[in-house]
Design a protein around this ligand. Sequence first.
Ligand code: ADP
Length: 474
Amino acid sequence: MEKSKLLKSLRFRIIMLLILVSSIPCFVVKQVIIGAYEDRSVAWRTAEIQEQCTILSHHLATSDYLNNPISGEVDAELSMLSNIYNGRALIIDEEYKVVKDTFGSDEGKTIIAPDVITCFAGSGTSYYDDEARYLDITTPILETEGDTTTVKGVILVSVSTEIIYETMDVMGQNANMIIWALWLMILFIGSFITNQMMKPLERIAKGMEEVTEGYDSNNLHVDTYAETQNISEAFNKMLGRMKILDDSRQEFVSNVSHELKTPLTSMKVLADSLLMQDDVPAELYKEFMEDIAEEIERENKIINDLLSLVKMDKKSSDLNIKAENINELVERILKRLRPIAAQQNVEVLFESFRPVVAEVDEVKFTLAITNLVENAIKYNREEGSVHVSLNADHKYFYVKVADTGIGIPQEDLDHIFERFYRVDKSHSREIGGTGLGLAIARNAVIMHRGAVKVYSEEGVGTTFTVRIPLNYIA
Ligand code: ADP
């Protein structure tokens, strides 16, 4: 695996997370234990030395060592004390002068240290320096005369705490070894567990690859985890949708070919029949040529409708949205269609409930309304009427196209928006339909984030309602 891929892998991240999460308590425990050990050791050592010094201070007081520092017994005790604790002991008299130094270097010198001053006030002190690793302990040398106790001198013991540090160091090293062992264990066990955990994901990836390669497998079923189950279901859904899209694409292509072929076949039959006959009268030629021109016109219409549909299938970014006066726009559409309606004695009425200004693509909106009104005229009866109304609320505007025509059977209502779907093929063809008008209208409305609804009663009439947001939602 490449380095960047390894760093990105879920397996690697889970293992790292385990190591991190387990390390935090380990380090905390290590610090707490070592810290507690240090505190305990220093306290224990301080108490021990203080006890020794208290005994020694008695000897010093009783042997009058401060005035006469020659006592073999006291010297032996002092050197034993400094040897055991690997330190130095100083005896200081009332004038802050060093009477005895086990190192022998400071005898006769004066020491005015804060600890010594505090000790002369009556109480012993202890000071621990963890940086320089030493412990200073002072103990007063008390002399009691009658009821009064006076401090005659001070024992200052300074010992190294190096041994405590060495022990802490060893403890730290042991703890680190345990942490390393833990990391190794997590690495091995984590690799094994994550391997097992990742298997369902690998199965999903493999299943998807098989589908991509065209392997005709069943749907994906990896139900090990709720998550993989969700992925499988989503994938199967997507696969199902792709199959539907593929089927509909194939159906569309075959429909288009069929629709385009029909006028061509008619033209071929007309042309052939003229060619096969000798001495065809000029009138027949004219009649057949008129039929051929009609078929060409039809072919042209289908191609134009197909082009409109393809445009509508494109992304909504192709929309040219502008604020338009919808009342005027609908008026203009109806004005253009009224002559066609008049040919069939159909009356077109427009009723507007309020002035409406909305953000629409003029061309595509016009195409949608034109197709609906054209259908309302085409599928109307003699002396029938088309009632177009415009209304709006605070969010949407509504265009209603109601006719008094032949109506649409209930079972066809769900299909009329499909491409090339026609309720009565021959009737639609007769009146110049392509079966694409409603598909174009619906796509145009959907591009505006709107919706089209249809209500119809056979023999009574049909009503299409278009609902479009006043402000375009990108
Ligand atoms: P066409 O080009 O055939 O009119 P459309 O997509 O516009 O295609 O309409 C599909 C079918 O729906 C039509 O063939 C027709 O049968 C039916 N239809 C559409 N509008 C109406 C209407 N206003 N009244 C009755 N039937 C209609």
